[in-house]
Design a protein around this ligand. Sequence first.
Ligand code: AP5
Length: 229
Amino acid sequence: MSCDEQKLDKLKALHLILLGAPGSGKGTQAGYLKNNWQLLHISTGDILRAEVRADSELGREAKAYMESGELVPDDLIIRMMEERLKSIGDANGYILDGFPRTVAQAEALDNMLARIVHKLDCVVNLEVADTELIRRLTGRRVCSSCGAVFHVDTMQPKVAGICDNCGDKLIQRKDDQLDAIINRLEVYKAQTMPLIEYYQARKMLVTIDGTIGVPQVAESIRQAVSGGL
Ligand code: AP5
């Protein structure tokens, strides 16, 4: 096996966290890396939105928190993620997008990973200024069926209002209204930013400029995580 093939095999087994403020590009990057490295993309936001659509008990509990930009209580999220991670085989690498989001969730994740014997390889922190986050989120449109992400100015679909991937309608998320965005940014600073120090102390954190183009950010992530392979 060539050196590049060996590296690709290692990338396929990565366990990676994408950390960053709302709108920093976690979902966009996860989609990109998932396709290139065949990693599973585990997004707590996507899982919760699917629960809300299904009108499940969890979805009913989570809905009001999500629409106002508050975090869903830790106990619900931790239980949900424990089930999800347990169901993944050893050979599969994954990208955690939106989890953990509090120190309590990070500690719970450490315990879960120890129990299922998965080692965390890297935590990538995407850094973007607030003004750009607000611009991105107010202009974001998502596919109502497949969840693909677009932007009204900078990532336009080929046909306005229609998803390039599946042809379904693009919508604006309720929590992408300005009031909810401002709350989400405050919640991020108070409850999620402490994770930067948490993972810095464990020497796992790599901070990347999230304002360069999507492929360039992906390349920075690739360089950061493959350095140690
Ligand atoms: P979630 O869906 O995780 O929302 P989020 O963290 O606020 O992140 P976003 O999805 O808004 O942004 P993103 O970083 O993925 O950016 P994107 O790639 O789309 O969570 C929603 C809610 O669920 C939470 O508020 C909470 O209530 C609940 N929740 C979820 N997880 C939870 C947890 N662990 N605990 C408790 N509650 C939880 O990009 C944004 C825009 O920017 C797009 O338009 C995109 O096209 C554009 N863009 C992306 N990259 C670039 C780039 N490089 N250059 C220019 N534009 C770009």
